[in-house]
Write a protein that binds this ligand. Structure first.
Ligand code: BMA
Length: 311
């Protein structure tokens, strides 16, 4: 008998599409989700018809049925220094709660490349841009929710012409200035992720370590396939990591296999529940938003059972 899938897809997928959005957009995908005051809040990316992206916001009582608010949450900034670097749009938000605030990292696109901006909100009503925290070209910055040895920690993915794009770790005293960077997880040759890897959902704390659900890309004769993999970082030293050899989710449903960009599952967020499950959210084919549930202990076990070298 085949084992049950590690990530059980929600039966009502896709959970959000452009038809649920009260302003004109072409897609709904790549979303951060957190629990705030007992409700789920989602920040999601949408393409406009000019091909550039904005970030919308939606609320839910159960984590599956979301109501989109009337206005987008983040559109390209008018004020400097952000306006220069958000000219081509804002994409792929991640949210991490640190203390009382929620910290949002998102991709800022412009003629100068893609860099990561940091914004802060306490209530998901008012949002304040704090800083641009990378140069070009970086994507996929996820923040750990606490400090290690007094320093904040992030995972990110710089672009490279020389090496396959990989996951790096960096440290900061204040969330704005970052350094001590080093490479942590590389794509494995002739593997499902051999073209590139990048951080996905912000790390989820478990008693066994931090779960890092990341994306990996494989290039085929018919384009790239985006899948999700998982790694387990040491609780006290997140630069120590075990990477599962196999993927945990691949495009299978029709709305994951065809759409704006075919054969994509891409995550920016997951919510750990008190009952030991994880709600995972992913964009399907860069067009719709999907959700699924996994048992946290099973995902941890998956990392431990068949790890591969991280580098
Ligand atoms: C990546 C990013 C994601 C997107 C994915 C698949 O490079 O642009 O936002 O979901 O490609 O197209």
């Amino acid at each position: 008998m085949k084992p049950a899938p590690l990530v059980e897809r929600y039966s009502g997928n896709p959970i959000l599409t452009r038809d649920d959005v009260p302003y004109p957009v072409e897609t709904v995908h790549n979303a951060a989700v957190v629990k705030h005051d007992g409700r789920y809040v989602m920040l999601f990316r949408s393409h406009l018809r000019n091909g550039r992206s904005i970030i919308g916001i939606a609320d839910s009582d159960d984590g599956f049925r979301f109501q989109v608010r009337a206005e987008p949450f983040l559109v390209p900034a008018r004020g400097e220094p952000f306006a220069t670097y958000e000219e081509f749009g804002v994409e792929d938000p991640r949210v991490t709660r640190i203390g009382e605030d929620y910290w949002i990292t998102y991709s800022a696109y412009s003629r100068h490349g893609v860099r990561i901006a940091l914004a802060r909100t306490a209530d998901f009503r008012n949002v304040e841009r704090v800083s641009l925290i990378t140069q070009a070209d970086y994507r996929n910055v996820v923040l750990f929710p606490r400090r290690f040895g007094g320093r904040y920690v992030r995972l990110d993915r710089p672009h490279s012409e020389i090496a396959p794009w990989s996951i790096w770790i960096s440290y900061s005293p204040d969330l704005v200035h970052w350094g001590d960077s080093r490479i942590l997880i590389k794509p494995a040759a002739y593997h499902w992720d051999e073209m590139k890897v990048g951080p996905g959902a912000p790390p989820v704390e478990t008693p066994a370590g931090w779960l890092n659900i990341f994306h990996g890309v494989f290039k085929t004769m018919d384009g790239a396939v985006y899948r999700l993999g998982v790694a387990l970082h040491d609780l006290e030293d997140p630069s120590r990591v075990a990477v599962a050899d196999d993927w945990i989710l691949q495009p299978e449903d029709p709305w994951e296999r065809t759409g704006y960009v075919p054969n994509v599952v891409f995550t920016c967020g997951a919510v750990a529940e008190d009952d030991g499950t994880l709600k995972l959210y992913w964009g399907g084919a860069d067009t719709v938003l999907c959700a699924g549930v996994a048992r946290i202990d099973a995902v941890v076990e998956f990392c431990r059972r068949r790890p591969r070298p991280a580098l």
